[in-house]
Write a protein that binds this ligand. Structure first.
Ligand SMILES: Cc1cc2nc3c(=O)[nH]c(=O)nc-3n(C[C@H](O)[C@H](O)[C@H](O)COP(=O)(O)O)c2cc1C
Length: 258
């Protein structure tokens, strides 16, 4: 397939893709980025990213292999790496207790919502959550399966760099602030997703439009991917005009038909 030169840039060459458009890795128990969607985006010339946060190592491997069975083009895996690892609770109920202890006002607010709307109390299974042991096991799978691209939705991917370099895996860090983007750039990641507050979830408070050019200027020449509120071709062109080398789209793909 002939690439259109107007969109094909250095970041495309870095990843070996035709268009600078990525499907954001979205976790949500593996529901948001099924392997077929990931493969479809890669097949279309962008790069699909499997959101594997919350999946077991075995399920992560199964999904990576399913993507591989559907495309031989580059794709990625996204994980939320634990930020603080030393004293992280090991179980979901442990996490809930920790949240209640450390953020009593937030816990009380959630209780008022549960009562006002008659919602059932969430009863999570007491399984292992995202702690460092779990993350290491899933990361081992990502390396073993020689996934071409790894994105760290949270946490610092610096410790992965030597092994990633050795096997040609590209590393991307997600960041909602200039400060964090600069920290990631110094650690040597291949690209940075600047994620405006529109992206929701684990972002900062700066909106996409002002965040992207600031991050681009601060981390140049490291490529920046723009994320947050980009919904169509006009948004992608705007992101490129702001200096981003690619767009990282999440919500727009949630309406994709399986
Ligand atoms: C439902 C949903 C789940 C998400 N889960 C993750 C995740 O597991 N890891 C991650 O790095 N980012 C996650 N994100 C953020 C995306 O990576 C991305 O930055 C965001 O979707 C971009 O903004 P947009 O949704 O407006 O396109 C999630 C986003 C959504 C909407």
């Amino acid at each position: 397939m002939m690439a259109r030169p107007i969109f094909h840039n250095a970041f495309c060459d870095l990843l070996g893709i035709e268009y600078p458009i990525l499907l954001a890795g979205m976790g949500v128990g593996g529901r948001a980025t099924p392997p077929r969607l990931v493969a479809a985006v890669s097949e279309a010339g962008g790069a699909g990213v499997l959101g594997c946060s919350g999946l077991s190592p075995e399920e992560t491997r199964r999904r990576i292999r399913e993507v591989r069975s559907l495309t031989d083009r580059p794709f990625g895996v996204d994980l939320l790496l634990p930020v603080r690892i030393a004293d992280a609770p090991d179980t979901r109920s442990g996490v809930r207790e920790e949240i209640r202890r450390r953020f009593p006002e937030h816990a009380a607010f959630v209780q008022t919502l549960i009562q006002r709307y008659g919602l059932p109390e969430a009863r999570p299974a007491d399984e292992t959550v995202v702690n460092i042991e779990y993350a290491k096991r899933v990361l081992e799978v990502v390396f073993e399966e020689r996934v071409p691209l790894f994105a760290a939705g949270l946490g610092d991917p610096e410790f992965l760099l030597p092994r990633a370099r050795a096997q040609g895996m590209k590393l991307i860090g997600l960041s909602g602030s200039v400060r964090n983007a600069v920290r990631q750039q110094k650690s040597g990641v291949d690209a940075i997703v600047a994620q405006g507050t529109e992206a929701g979830g684990h972002t900062g408070t700066v909106a996409t439009l002002p965040l992207i050019p600031q991050v681009v200027d601060a981390v140049s020449p490291t490529p920046v991917l723009a994320a947050g509120g980009i919904g169509d071709g006009r948004g992608i062109v705007a992101a490129l005009a702001l200096g981003a080398q690619a767009a990282w789209l999440g919500t727009a793909y949630l309406v994709a038909e399986e």
